[in-house]
Design a protein around this ligand. Structure first.
Ligand code: CP
Ligand code: NVA
Length: 302
């Protein structure tokens, strides 16, 4: 009998029902964890984590999640593995999947992750690529649910770069049936491929004021993602009118939430009074990485 392995390379790997169940389960696991209940289904099981880019939240949340669930996580970077000395990623996938139960990869090109997964005998999780950041969306959607209930039919404004986070928001809008209004300079729009089949769910605006009008949730991200540091100056001038500040936030629904996957640059994509203000839920959002990824690991491994 062949067992099909479920990978989590983008949100597209989930059905709408599975996504909704993951959100519910994440909330449940959070409540149970906070009440002090021990739950250790992963005794003797291991998660391998390959980081080709820096990370704080993704690394610590996966590592803590595995420890709290009774298992173990192994951190690997090109600096201290044979990956940095040219060992092909495909070989790494074949070797690691003989030793660990699940592998999380943070890398550059999304195709590299897809190739990796085809050589892996265990579930592979996207810990961020240039194209997607699906783990962050699990946490963002859990956070929205906790504060406001279902996001179905709600209006979300994405302000800034048409980057990996924006692409994952496009996927989430389709799966969870919310309206996504993207405000983005013309030269930094998401690839047309990403917008395919997004139909009435996603609309693009050049003017951020139009995108945030009456929004229930406003989200932004850095102007230069990891790997784009050289473009920093050019991007800063293109994105300047897209800063999320008090004036822009005041155009949204008065009880709108503000999210940012972090790390944030105060004074660039968001002002301090917004990210540290009463409508910001960024700390709960970051903390939910722990709980939503526990739900994901359980979904993939049990
Ligand atoms: N939001 C997020 O993925 O943060 P890290 O880059 O610190 O993992
Ligand atoms: N878009 C950002 C997200 C960081 C979590 C990046 O890719 O650097």
């Amino acid at each position: 009998m062949t067992v099909t392995i479920r990978h989590f390379l983008s949100l597209h790997d989930l059905t709408s029902t599975e996504f909704e169940r993951l959100i519910q389960r994440a909330c449940e696991l959070k409540r149970e964890f906070r009440s002090g209940r021990r739950y250790e289904p992963f005794k003797g099981r291991t998660l391998g984590m390959i980081f080709e880019k820096s990370s704080t939240r993704t690394r610590v949340s996966f590592e803590s999640a595995m420890a709290q669930l009774g298992g173990h996580a192994i951190f690997m970077s090109p600096r201290d593995t044979q990956l940095g000395r040219g060992e092909p990623l495909e070989d790494m996938a074949r070797v690691l999947s003989k030793m660990v139960d699940c592998i999380m990869v943070r890398t550059f090109e999304h195709d590299k992750l897809v190739r990796f997964s085809t050589y892996s005998d265990v579930p592979v999780i996207n810990g961020l690529t240039d194209s997607y950041h699906p783990c962050q969306l699990l946490a963002d959607m859990q956070t929205y649910y906790e504060y406001k209930g279902s996001i179905k039919g709600r209006q979300v404004a994405w302000v800034g770069d048409g980057n990996n986070m924006c692409n994952s928001y496009i996927e989430a809008a389709k799966l969870l049936d919310f309206k996504l209004r993207i405000a983005c300079p013309e030269d930094y729009l998401p690839e047309p491929e990403m917008l395919k089949d997004s139909g009435a769910q996603v609309s693009i605006f050049q003017d951020p004021a139009e995108a945030v009008a009456d929004a229930d949730l406003i989200v932004t991200d850095v102007w230069a993602s990891m790997g784009q540091e050289q473009e920093g100056k050019e991007r800063a001038s293109a994105f300047r009118p897209y800063q999320v500040n008090r004036k822009l936030l005041s155009l949204a629904h008065p009880e709108a939430l503000f999210m940012h996957c972090l790390p944030a640059h105060r004074g660039e994509e968001v002002t301090a009074d917004v990210i540290d203000g009463p409508q910001s839920v960024v700390w709960e959002e970051a903390g939910n990485r722990l709980h939503s990824q526990k739900a994901l690991l359980e979904f993939l491994l049990i």
